[in-house]
Design a protein around this ligand. Sequence first.
Ligand code: CIZ
Ligand code: SF4
Length: 303
Amino acid sequence: MGKKEIISRIEELKKKRNAVILVHNYQLPEVQDIADFLGDSLELSIKASKVDADVIVFCGVYFMAETAKILSPEKKVIIPDKNATCPMAMMIAEDDLRNLRKEYKDSVFVAYVNTRAWTKALVDICCTSANATKVVNSIEENRKIVFIPDKYLGDYAMRKTGRDMILWNGYCPTHVLITEKDIMDKKNKFKDAVVMCHPECTPPVIDISDEVLSTSGMVKFAKESKEKVFIVGTEVGLNHRLKKENPEKIFIPATERAICPNMKRITLEKVLWALEDLKYEVEISEDIRRKAFNSVKRMTEIV
Ligand code: CIZ
Ligand code: SF4
C-alpha cells in the first residue's frame, strides 16, 4: 500500500470509528502531518478530554497515552505501538518510590508528567517542563520536596526557585546527547541565532542557552519572536513543526543525534493498524486512575 492510500484509509476509518489522532511534537514528520492535534503531552491529554470522540489514537510514548486515559476514562485510548515507552519514566520503580516515601515521610513528592500512571498515583502533585518552577514555588516553605524522576528538570527548578530538593537520579537519554560543544559549535557558525533548550538538557547546556522552554514553549516563542534563526536543543522531531509553522525562519537542531527511538516507533502503517483493530488499548485500574488524576488536578489548580 502506498503512502497516499494509507492516509486515505486512515481518514476513512477515523470517521467510521469516530476517532481523533493526537500527535506529540517529537513524532515522525509523516505522522505529524496526519494529526488532528499536535502538542506536548499535557496539552494533548487535555484536548483528548474535551474533544467529542469515542476513540483517541495517541501517537507518542506510553505514559502520554496513559495521561490521556487518566483524564478521559470514558473514551477508548489506543497507542499504535505498545512498546513505545519512555526510558526516563522507567528509571523509577514502584519499590524505589515506596521506600523513598517511607524515608522522606513528611516531604511533598513532585513527579514530572513523564511518569507512568502508577507513579502519579503515588505522589502528591505533578508538574510539566513548562510549569515545574510554579509548582515547586506553590509548596509551603517549611516542607521538604522530593522531585522525581528527572534530575535535570529538578535541578533547573531548584536553581530557579532557590528551594532545596531531593532529586531522584533519572534523566532523558535523548536530551543528554545534546552537549555544550554542540551548542558552542552551532553558535559559532550561526552568530545571530537564539539558543532554545529543553530543561531535560544537562546544566552546562542550560547555562549557555538563551531560552529554557518546553516544546510548546518553543513553538510559541519561535512564532512570536522577531529573531530569524534558532538553534533548537531538544528532540529533533520538533524541527518539523517549527519549520512548517514558520516557513520564513531557520531552525537548526543542536545535534541530529538527539533522536528518541521510542517516539519514532510509531509509523503511518501502525496508525492504520491501530484504527483497524482498535489496538493497543490503554487500561488503568480505577483506583490508580483516580489517585493519578488527583495529582494532575492539583497541578492544574496551581497553574
Ligand atoms: O511533556 C512533553 O510533552 C514532553 C516530554 C516534552 C515537552 O516539553 O513538551
Ligand atoms: Fe522519554 Fe526522553 Fe523520549 Fe521524551 S525524549 S519520551 S523524556 S526518552
